[in-house]
Design a protein around this ligand. Structure first.
Ligand SMILES: [Zn+2]
Length: 262
């Protein structure tokens, strides 16, 4: 019989782990035996390395459609005559890795019936000037509550303010985006994308935001574009400057600790 890996005492007695965990090659499930020292009773259990079905969801934190990996399992028996259980799952996106709580089918964790939070507010832009960063954060918060036109209005304000920050103050939004590209602050393809996502189309540019039909993918495209523009204009240059400063500091420190070096 296959043996063990139970991790110690349980509520109904001193259960002691016996032997080593074993993988059963056919089912890829680790079985275990725990022995109650008082009664001598042995229990066969199915342990953690069981292959848990992985659900894919749109992550409320990073908005990516990704797999979620279960990192904690709680009580089973919630609703549906005990068929659901509470779990904590982690977003598989390298850059996110944040967690959500979920109710899943107890025998198939890929079936998620509910999860929390369903949407998350803002986004921080540490290297973007304060007022612009706050408005960009507000754009993300509008998106998270499905206020897509409000998000679009915020994005336009962010881009106007970004252009102004770089000394571009004349013309409409379209001209300002063209100028940002012409002066090398953003890539040409970011400029083209601004047109493609209707950020500066006729409907948006002529103040007809109230009658514009904007769905979720449209709004997400606009937000992504705003993030890209902020990244190019503020965040990436700041990051490069930090890397350079750190390198210079390390070099200076190395020279100080090596007397006589040039
Ligand atoms: Zn995520």
């Amino acid at each position: 019989m296959v043996v063990s890996g139970h991790s110690g005492a349980s509520s109904d007695g001193p259960w002691t782990a016996q032997g080593r965990p074993v993988l059963s090659p056919d089912r890829r499930v680790r079985q275990s035996v725990a022995v109650n020292e008082n009664s001598g009773e042995a229990r066969l259990g199915v342990q953690l390395c069981r292959i848990v079905p992985v659900p894919a969801l749109e992550c409320p934190h990073c908005n990516a459609y990704v797999n979620f990996v279960q990192v904690w399992t709680g009580e089973t028996g919630l609703n549906d005559r005990g068929n659901r259980k509470l779990v904590v799952m982690q977003c598989a996106n390298e850059h996110c890795k944040r967690t959500i709580g979920a109710l899943v089918n107890a025998s198939n964790a890929a079936q998620v019936s509910q999860f929390w939070p369903t949407s998350v507010g803002g986004k921080s832009f540490p290297d973007v000037p304060g007022d612009i960063a706050e408005t960009a954060d507000e754009a993300h918060r509008c998106y998270s509550i499905q206020a897509y036109r409000a998000a679009m209005a915020m994005v336009r304000a962010v881009i106007e303010a970004t252009a102004k920050n770089k000394g571009i103050t004349s013309g409409n939004l379209e001209n300002k985006i063209d100028q940002l590209a012409l002066q090398g602050f953003i890539r040409e393809d970011a400029k083209d994308a601004a047109h493609a996502v209707r950020l500066v189309g006729n409907d948006a540019a002529h103040g007809d935001l109230a009658t514009m039909i904007l769905d979720k993918p449209d709004a997400l495209d606009v937000l992504d574009l705003m993030d890209d523009i902020l990244d190019e204009v503020f965040q990436s240059p700041a990051k490069v400057a930090r890397v350079r400063a750190n390198r210079a500091a390390r070099k200076a420190a190395a020279q100080q600790s090596t007397p006589g070096s040039p």
